[in-house]
Design a protein around this ligand. Sequence first.
Ligand code: SF4
Length: 169
Amino acid sequence: MIISLRKLTYEDLKKQLSKEDKIVVWACNNCVRFCDGFGGRDAMNNLADQLEQDGFNVIRRELIGMSCVLDLVHLRAIEDATREFFEQATVIIPLTCEDGLDNLKMVFKGKKIIDVPKTVGLGILSTDWHTLRLTIPFEDTGLKPTPEGMPLEEAAKQLGIYAGPFVTK
Ligand code: SF4
């Protein structure tokens, strides 16, 4: 499974938004959900709720099975149920891996797509560990591959970034 971490804190994220923005919180419901809960429905709703409480205008919460399938992302731009929201949106916050981020940039040209994820390698989910661990880091991370894997919190700490969902409190 693809492992993605988070480049920004909630405070960093807010600095990239304005109160005039029309915001879509976009979340994959697959790999990133297992990355300590970085993506998925709960992470999406918690982030959107907090942004609303802080006075931001969240116009849409979009949960998608896989943002790495370009056609699925493109459907959101053209289908009757979603087209209007994406025409209005000025900002999309992706809770996805970097492939998902790239597809959002490709489909929603002219929108501000916040650079949230850092995809760092591959991992496996073990019934013993109950959570994903990073077993095969990408070479550019400088992290060492190990059969037992590295907890994502530890990988994030070593890379100076964050793991899991935005901590909004
Ligand atoms: S876009 Fe990335 S996080 Fe989402 S399903 Fe595809 S590989 Fe997984």
